[in-house]
Design a protein around this ligand. Structure first.
Ligand code: 0X9
Ligand code: ZN
Length: 299
C-alpha cells in the first residue's frame, strides 16, 4: 500500500497499481502500454465504469523527472477514485479513467538516484554527449516550433522527430486507438499553480477558448472550495511561455480531445520542484477536486 507522507520510488508506485488491480479486479486493471528507453514499463491503470460505451478521461503525471509531486498527486487521485468510489458522483462513476502516474520512469528513477533536478528522459542522443529528450516537447502537434530546443544539450530538447521517444509514442498510440472515447485530458506538472489550456506552441487561442477558460475557472474554483490553494487560469503561451510539442496541444490538436489541460501543481516558488512531502495530501485533495470538476464539465 502507498502512503501519502513521503515520495515513493517507481517500483512502489507500480506495485500499488498492481495491488489495486488484484484486490479490485472487478473494475480495475493495469496495462503495460510500452517500455521506456531503458526498458522500464509504462504502466497505465484503468478504472472502469463497467459501461461498454463509456466516455473516457485521461490523467498523467511524472513527465518531467524532477516533478515528484505530480506522481504522488496522481497516485492520490487513483486512490480516491478506487477507495471512495461509492461517494463519487454518479456521472463520474460512469467514466472510464485511464491514468499513467509515471510517464517518464527512467528520468524519475534517475532524479532519485543521481540528479534531483533532472527533467528529460534518458535517451542517449546520437553524436552528442548530453542525454535526454524533453518529453513535453516531443509530441507530434506543431512539433519543433517555438520554445523547443534543437540541440540535445538543451533542457527543452524536442528529440530527433515528433514522437521519437518510446514514452510519448506508447501513450499516443494508446490514446489514438480509442481517441473518440476521450472527453478530457489532464497532464500534471509542477510548479506554479496554473491551469493551462492550449495552445502552447504559440501565442494563439483555440477556437473554443471561451469554453476552455470557463471550465478552467470552474476547476480553479473547485480547488479553492476544497480548501486548496489559488490557481491561475489561462492560455498556456500567454500565461507562461510558448512551448511547442506539448502533450496538451497534441491531445487537443491531434487526438481531438476538447478539454485538454496542463495543471502546474504547487507551489508558487518557495520550494519549487523540491516540494516537501508534507504537501502531498493537500496537493492531492485540490487536484482531485480539479479533476472532478473538469470531468463533470467534459462529459
Ligand atoms: O514547459 C513545460 O513543459 C510545462 N512547464 S514545466 O515547468 N512543468 O516544464 C508547461 C507546458 C504547457 N503546455 C505547452 N506549452 N504545450
Ligand atoms: Zn513539467
Amino acid at each position: 500500500r502507498l502512503t501519502f507522507d513521503h515520495y515513493h520510488r517507481m517500483a512502489d508506485v507500480h506495485g500499488f497499481l498492481d495491488y489495486f488491480a488484484s484486490i479490485k479486479s472487478d473494475f480495475v486493471s493495469v496495462h503495460t502500454i510500452g517500455q521506456s528507453v531503458e526498458g522500464r514499463p509504462i504502466k497505465l491503470i484503468k478504472i472502469s465504469s463497467g459501461y461498454p460505451n463509456a466516455s473516457a478521461f485521461w490523467i498523467d503525471g511524472g513527465t518531467h523527472a524532477r516533478e515528484w509531486i505530480t506522481v504522488a498527486t496522481v497516485s492520490y487521485i487513483i486512490n480516491e477514485l478506487i477507495e471512495n468510489r461509492d461517494s463519487l458522483d454518479r456521472e463520474l462513476q460512469a467514466i472510464d479513467f485511464y491514468i499513467v502516474p509515471i510517464m517518464n520512469p527512467d528520468g524519475y528513477e534517475y532524479s532519485h538516484e543521481q540528479e534531483r533536478l533532472w527533467r528529460k528522459n534518458r535517451r542517449r542522443n546520437f553524436g552528442a554527449y548530453c542525454v535526454g529528450t524533453d518529453l513535453n516537447r516531443n509530441w507530434g502537434y506543431e512539433w519543433g516550433g517555438q520554445g523547443s530546443g534543437k540541440y540535445p544539450c538543451q533542457e527543452t530538447y524536442g528529440g530527433s522527430g515528433p514522437l521519437s521517444e518510446p514514452e510519448t509514442r506508447a501513450v499516443a498510440d494508446f490514446i489514438l486507438q480509442r481517441a473518440n472515447k476521450f472527453k478530457g485530458f489532464v497532464t500534471f506538472h509542477s510548479y506554479g499553480q496554473y491551469i493551462l489550456y492550449p495552445w502552447g506552441y504559440a501565442k494563439r487561442q483555440p477556437a473554443d477558448a471561451e469554453d476552455m477558460d470557463r471550465v478552467g475557472r470552474i476547476a480553479a474554483a473547485a480547488m479553492k472550495q476544497s480548501g486548496g490553494a489559488s490557481y491561475s487560469v489561462g492560455n498556456s503561451a500567454a500565461l507562461l511561455y510558448a512551448a511547442s510539442g506539448g502533450a496538451d496541444d497534441w491531445a487537443k490538436g491531434a487526438a481531438k480531445i476538447k478539454y485538454s489541460y496542463t495543471i502546474e501543481l504547487r507551489d508558487n516558488g518557495r520550494y519549487g520542484f523540491i516540494l516537501p512531502a508534507s504537501y502531498i495530501k493537500t496537493s492531492g485533495k485540490e487536484a482531485f477536486a480539479a479533476v472532478r470538476a473538469i470531468a463533470k464539465e467534459a462529459i
